[in-house]
Write a protein that binds this ligand. Sequence first.
Ligand code: NI
Length: 130
Amino acid sequence: EMKIHHVGYYVQDIKKARNIFSMMGFDEESEEIYDEERGINVLFLTNGENRIELIEKCTEESDVDFIAKGKRSMPYHICYEVNNMEESVDFLKQNRFIVIKKPSNAIAIQNRKVAFLYCKECGLIELVEK
Ligand code: NI
């Protein structure tokens, strides 16, 4: 089972972006969190059942460098919630996906295990373990 947990947005300025999403009806789900390991600031917003993650690069070398080069704010991943990280990664690897970032704990999301995978047909996805 893979349900959408959030859409990840790369943004240039998390506070300015938050104001725009606030105007569109999104509320902050939690505080902004600095993820030192990944070199990013993260803020989760919700609007009813929809959740988005604002991600701002905050060091010279960060996990979003590959997307930040374009400098434009844009959604760049969809995150799916899975019951078992290892099984899901194995399953996807058998089905055309390659692992971009191995499973690791993410401070911005209650230290839950996350991983990034890619396939040509659907682009970049993130998995978060329940
Ligand atoms: Ni995400």
